[in-house]
Design a binder for this molecule. Structure first.
Ligand SMILES: [Cu+2]
Length: 271
């Protein structure tokens, strides 16, 4: 048993240890709560299966080569000049696999990214929530009874006074806007998020939705999702945004339509 044999064994063991968490999925993503999320998971699984099979084959071969051709006493190393045919084969194989995976996942990706283009439907029945990231909280704004967001005036921003983004309360559109620290949406209804930042880069991320987007000062980002499972899900900031980044979290409550209406009414009464 030479060094090569043990090198081969170590390579196999390390590869196996790395593959185990993926095969057993013992520390996995939470279940998705949107149809799109399930599609993303499907694309993810195909990518994982494709790359996983190649990984196992490549490591198995590497271990075998280390074992078979490892250092032996008296043997001399041989000079090699590559093999164009083999290079060509594995480069084109990799190209085909990557292009195929990209094409397979493209529609899902486009669904999330090209939101404006598919927004052409004339009667959008969506709940619009404005989300403003701020060191180190999330501010959610609902348009209120009139369904119109009031204008924002930064001079009126007042964190302690419950008006962190500076909604113009004197304006009729702004008088009924609702500001809350946690998001509540009715189940099976399309939600559109308007993402903004008050200070630095943040990133709005709900693992169960499988979507995330940076909030950028001065820019407006948009995300859409239709949750189909009632529950409480964590909203996290996934862009390092300062010392309190780790505690910049909130919750997305997906509730029944009745519960949502009751909650909205309750919030309006606080105004
Ligand atoms: Cu942040």
């Amino acid at each position: 048993m030479g060094t090569g044999f043990w090198a081969g064994i170590v390579i196999w063991l390390i590869s196996l240890a790395m593959a185990i968490p993926f095969i057993t999925q013992w520390w996995w993503m939470p279940d998705p709560i949107t149809a799109l999320g399930r599609e993303i998971d499907r694309a993810f699984m195909w990518t994982l299966i494709g790359t996983g099979v190649i990984f196992i084959l490549a490591q198995a071969t590497l271990g075998y080569a280390a074992w078979k051709f490892g250092r032996r006493s008296g043997a001399r190393a041989r000079d090699m000049h590559g093999n164009n045919k083999l290079e060509l084969i594995w480069t084109s194989a990799a190209l085909v696999i990557f292009v195929a995976l990209t094409l397979a996942g493209f529609s899902v990706w486009a669904e999330v990214r090209f939101i404006e283009q598919r927004a052409a439907d004339p009667t959008p029945d969506r709940l619009v929530v404005e989300v403003t990231g701020q060191q180190f909280v999330w501010n959610m704004r609902y348009a209120g009874e009139d369904n119109k967001f009031g204008p924002v005036d930064f001079l009126q921003a007042d964190d302690a006074g419950g008006n962190p983004v500076g909604v113009d309360r004197g304006h009729p559109d702004g008088a009924d806007d609702i500001m809350v620290p946690e998001m509540r949406v009715p189940v099976n209804k399309e939600v559109e998020l308007i993402l903004k930042s008050k200070d630095v880069l943040h990133n709005f991320f709900v693992p169960e939705l499988r979507i995330k987007l940076d909030t950028v000062p001065g820019l407006v980002g948009k995300l859409r999702f239709t949750p189909d499972t009632v529950g409480k899900y964590e909203i996290v900031c996934s862009e390092l945004c300062g010392l309190g980044h780790y505690k910049m979290r909130s919750f997305l409550h997906v509730v029944s339509a009745e519960d949502y209406d009751a909650w909205l009414q309750e919030q309006a009464e606080f105004l």
